[in-house]
Every structure is written in C-alpha cells, then in structure tokens.
Design a protein around this ligand. Structure first.
Ligand code: C5P
Length: 213
C-alpha cells in the first residue's frame, strides 16, 4: 500500500489551503475532500431546521446521516454557516463520526487530498505528505473581505478580522483535535506569496515525499 498518495493539508480559515488542495488534487488526478464542508453541512442542517447548535445529541444524528456526495459548496460557504460549523466542531462525538467518514474517503482508490484542521494530526496521521498552510490574520481577513465583497458586497473588514481571530481561538483552543501543525508537517506561510508561488512550494514538498516513498 506504499503507493497510496495521501496529501494532508491543514491551516486556519482563509489561509489558502482550499485553493492549494484543489490545485494539488487536479495535478495528481486525485479526489479531494474539503473536510470543513462536512462540519459546515452539520451546522447548516441544524440552522435550517431551527435547531440549537449546542445540543450534541442532535448534531450527532445529523452527522450520522451526512452524505459526502451531496455537499454543496455554494450553499455551505456562507459566513454564518462557518461560524455554526466551528461551534459544533468542538463536540467529540460529532468529530468521531465525521472523522470516520473522512478516513473512508482517504482510503479509496489511489489516494486523496484532504484539507481541514486536523488531517495531519488525527484523520490521516500516516499521510504521504503533510502541509500546514498559514498567513497572518490581517492577510486572511483581507482575502475573505475581497471574496465576500465580490459576491454580495457590504461586508466590513474589521468585522471579518474579528471573526477570523475568534474562529482561530475556538479552533486552536478546543480540547479535541485543536488546530496545530503535525510535528512532521511542512509549514507554508502564504502571507507574502502569490497562489502560483504557494502551489510551486507545495508541489516541491509533495514531490520530495513521493520520491522518498
Ligand atoms: O475550513 P472551514 O472554514 O470550512 O471550516 C469550518 C469550521 O469547521 C472550522 O472553523 C472548524 O471549526 C471546523 N473544522 C474542523 N476540522 C476540520 C475542518 C473544519 O474542526 N477538519
């Protein structure tokens, strides 16, 4: 099974990890799972049903019935859905259910690219290569602000920066699977990098790992 290529990508919100994950998946012809969407889907279903976000047993039922094939990025990308996701992501039973589905995804075919917060540390600790993508909170807020403005307009940079800082605290400070680089992850700070340079940097790490396989 040494030929299985699993690329694990972690990092905070708007670090550029999603773009890198998609580009790498395309480059290697591998399936890609944005694991954030699985947490978002649970949060979204609860919001849609008018159910509270702090009842673990309800979130658990939604997680158990999640269909990875039906995750709609467009709907799930809303800012409030991300906030809901990070609230249910502190629940250990929900994480356990979602992690199991993510591992099944990773084990299919020739391998996969997964991105999230705990891929290198919890979901795929045996990944071929682990990347930890980061950028300053200000850079990430600027990117998110531009994205939201292009779509719907009317967002405030200050509000987005405050939310990003709060989300980092929640994701890095939780007891179960906090966001942190795996000890063997390669760090890429994209604050001063173009997408192209970040991709080339990531590609070099992946190629080096493949040649060591
Ligand atoms: O990456 P994204 O912003 O879509 O993730 C939404 C939230 O889902 C994160 O803030 C985090 O709390 C949670 N998440 C997680 N573990 C992952 C992926 C996302 O806890 N592997």
């Amino acid at each position: 099974m040494t030929n299985l290529l699993i690329i694990a990508i972690d990092g905070p919100a708007a670090s550029g990890k999603g773009t890198l994950a998609r580009r790498l998946a395309e480059h290697y012809g591998l399936p890609h799972l944005d694991t954030g969407l699985t947490y978002r889907a649970v949060g979204y279903a609860l919001l849609q049903s008018g159910l509270p976000l702090d009842r673990e047993e309800l979130a658990e039922i939604v997680a158990e019935n999640l269909d990875l094939g039906s995750l709609d990025r467009e709907i799930l990308s809303a800012h409030e859905v991300g906030e809901a996701a990070s609230k249910i992501a502190v629940m250990s039973t929900v994480r356990k259910i979602l992690v199991e589905q993510q591992r099944k995804f990773a084990a299919q075919g020739e391998g996969a690219v997964l991105d999230g917060r705990d891929i290198g540390t919890v979901v795929c600790p045996q990944a071929t290569v682990k990347l930890y993508i980061t950028a300053s909170p200000e850079t990430r807020a600027r990117r998110r602000h531009r994205e939201v403005d292009e779509k719907s307009g009317g967002s405030s940079y200050e509000q987005i920066l405050a939310d990003i800082i709060k989300r980092d605290e929640r994701d890095m400070g939780r007891a179960d699977s906090p966001l942190k680089p795996a000890t063997d992850a390669h760090l890429i700070d994209t604050s001063e990098m173009s997408i192209e340079t970040a991709f080339e940097t990531a590609l070099r790490f992946v190629e080096a790992a493949i040649s060591e396989q």
